[in-house]
Write a protein that binds this ligand. Structure first.
Ligand code: ZN
Length: 416
């Protein structure tokens, strides 16, 4: 943990970061002079909605983006109007760092579009997230309709340059940046997902991204060091207003439905919105078949999914089993397809599920870390939504709680 300038100096030498001594001294002097850190926050998308998670955070002279998402169809994208005016930025060229929490499209979709404008920003992601990005952008490029081959080639080149320039950042490694440090911690949710911990001399901020408190098909729950503390959290509040949503309801009910159809002898095509979701459902189906809770049937996947699975296997995340095949299933015989091109011979089932903390897990997380400021973003709606702010009432009832909740509205400016 950073306790002062002396410790920063020690850490820098210890980690052999290669930053020149004069630069370190200037950084320390600057931090000493500054006093209280200035913290401003704007949700550029994904405030009280899901679809384009992109958050602007100013820490003194550092202008940071936390995620760069948009919807796959492009119907919602980040809106930079609030920060492209005084007292913030003249241009997006002033963005200094972009931290990518994980590879779901609503957190990375706008990265390619912003690459040129944010050309001075260092972009950070875990190695798995970076590897997943290649597949996601490649997959999407092949789905888009382009006016010409040149337009497609240019788009692919842009995606390639954008992803190659990402700085791979492992978990638990402190990155030293002008005025603050950043550390990634495992967020659960999907492989490669990270929480981002930002620290100045007087502030400690955690951005959770999407995270899970329970193990999922491919990940463990989130992992934070026991001694970690933070005064401010920007947290995924998907179920903050859903105190009565049963945990795992979505996935379990979908699996039961698929199982019923398979037991009736139907062949099914499992349709997923995102490539990573296809990969997750492949793993879930294989797991169910291994446990014998589902009939053992051949599963046919498309080429994109196969390439993604191969890449992840190279990164020691095995998914495929002996009963998995690539390509179009032969005529006759019951089987399962996972991919984007449904066949009229198959019953098509849309599969979508979320691996986010439930209301209870969210409340317990806030109570455990007891941060002074809780900025809730990425909140969602469902039939279980309540108008009453149960979360606030629950925290108020706890004598030890000091947490103040902010439901961040997209475009509004918050001084934290
Ligand atoms: Zn996600």
């Amino acid at each position: 943990m950073l306790a002062g300038a002396g410790l920063i100096r020690e850490l820098l030498y210890e980690k052999n970061t290669g930053i020149e001594t004069e630069k370190i001294s200037a950084l320390i002097q600057n931090m000493k002079k500054r006093g209280k850190s200035k913290l401003q926050f704007v949700a550029l998308g994904g405030g009280q909605e899901v679809g384009a998670s992109c958050y602007f955070l100013q820490i003194d002279d550092a202008y940071i983006l936390l995620d760069c998402g948009k919807s796959p169809a492009g119907s919602c994208a980040p809106d930079f109007t609030a920060i492209l005016k005084p007292p913030f930025l003249e241009s997006l060229g002033q963005i200094s760092q972009i931290f990518i929490s994980h590879s779901h499209y609503d957190h990375i979709g706008a990265l390619k579009d912003l690459a040129d404008q944010c050309r001075n920003a260092g972009v950070y992601a875990t190695p798995i997230t970076k590897a997943l990005l290649f597949h996601i952008f490649w997959n999407l490029n092949n789905r888009q309709r382009y006016l010409s081959e040149n337009a497609q080639e240019l788009d692919e080149i842009m995606a390639d340059i954008t992803i190659r320039s990402i700085i791979e950042t492992g978990y638990c490694r402190e990155i030293l940046l002008p005025g603050y440090t950043a550390t990634f911690y495992e967020a659960g949710h999907i492989p490669g997902a990270a929480m981002v911990y930002l620290q100045t001399l007087d502030r400690r901020i955690l951005y959770t991204g999407d995270f899970s408190c329970r193990a999922s098909a491919l990940t463990s729950p989130y992992i934070l060091p026991e001694t970690l503390s933070f005064d401010t959290v920007i947290i995924c509040g998907l179920h903050a207003k859903h105190p009565n949503l049963p945990p795992g309801r979505d996935l379990q009910s979908q699996l039961s439905f698929i199982k019923r159809k398979l037991e009736q002898g139907r062949s099914v095509h499992l349709e997923t919105i995102q490539l990573t979701k296809g990969w997750e459902i492949l793993h879930i189906m294989n797991k169910e078949m291994r446990k014998k809770t589902m009939p053992l049937l051949p599963i046919y996947i498309d080429r994109s999914l196969c390439l993604l699975a191969e890449e992840m296997e190279r990164m020691h995340i095995p998914v495929r089993e002996a009963w998995n095949y690539v390509g179009t299933p032969p005529r006759g015989g019951q089987c399962i397809m996972i991919g984007r091109n449904p066949s009229p011979r198959f019953m098509s089932i849309k599969v979508d599920f979320s691996l986010h903390p439930t209301y209870r897990e969210l409340a317990d997380f806030i109570e455990k870390y007891n941060p002074k400021t809780v900025v809730l973003v990425h909140t969602g709606t469902s039939e279980f939504q309540t108008e009453a702010n149960y979360l606030e009432m629950e925290l108020l009832a706890k004598a030890s709680s000091v947490s103040q909740l902010i439901y961040a509205e997209t475009g509004a400016i918050y001084t934290l």
